[in-house]
Write a protein that binds this ligand. Sequence first.
Ligand SMILES: [Fe+2]
Ligand SMILES: [Fe+2]
Length: 276
Amino acid sequence: MLIRQIQTATPQPDALSLILKALHNPYTLVDRVVELINREPATAMRVLKIANSPYYGRSRKIETIEYAVLVLGFQEVCNVVSAFSLYDALRCPSDETFSLEEFWLHSCMTALVAQRLGSEKGMANLQMFFLCGLMHDVGLNIYHRYFHHAFREYAGEGGIFKGLALEKEEKQFGMNHAYAGKTLMEAWHFPAKMCEVVEKHHHPRVARIEEGVVHIADVLVNLMEWGEFAWDYGLKLLPGMVEMIGWESEAELLAWAERQDEDMRLQKDELSKVFV
Ligand SMILES: [Fe+2]
Ligand SMILES: [Fe+2]
């Protein structure tokens, strides 16, 4: 029952389905993505706002989507569009059990860190890392929106208990949020590999580098306070993950994170402005 509800409840945003197609065929789809953005004034405005933000530090104002693609790159523009279309699709009133602002910032920042880790390690298909990071906790948004009564019960007295408790989730909902997220992604026709990354983000398998990268990004975003999420409270780095992606120790990973700190805080500030 729950699976069926997840599969049918949230229609896939058009922009996201086009961007998924562009994963396989980026060059032929640039024009269609640009056309789609131009057709939706709210999306176009957001892309231009981000493109002109101090983060990118352009001296010349970017006034068209075509120019934004040229200077920021197609992938970067796709990232902005995916993040905002997901925000629109999952929009819900916040309450004491769930903050949309916190959830969305956490998702975007995990996406950015996963992509940056992927790039640091010389991996291909960085957009895949971004999208997996973006979608990793979508299951919690589903609980909040469609199973609100059960979610409140799960959150305990006053809706204020938060933190990672996968077994408790399984008892309450019959599945944990990672599986719920994967179920939505399958309904939205994400590639199977990406669905698996989200399904396994709390239990990455050894030698599945993509799963390890999203797991590490999730931990770092909480630990470094780049976009912490109350429902991730208690999340820890699993043994062997740092080595799996080619670092010798956790200290080496943390030193890398320190070097990203200023930049990540700037990104977080820019994204936070969406809510003001
Ligand atoms: Fe999670
Ligand atoms: Fe998370």
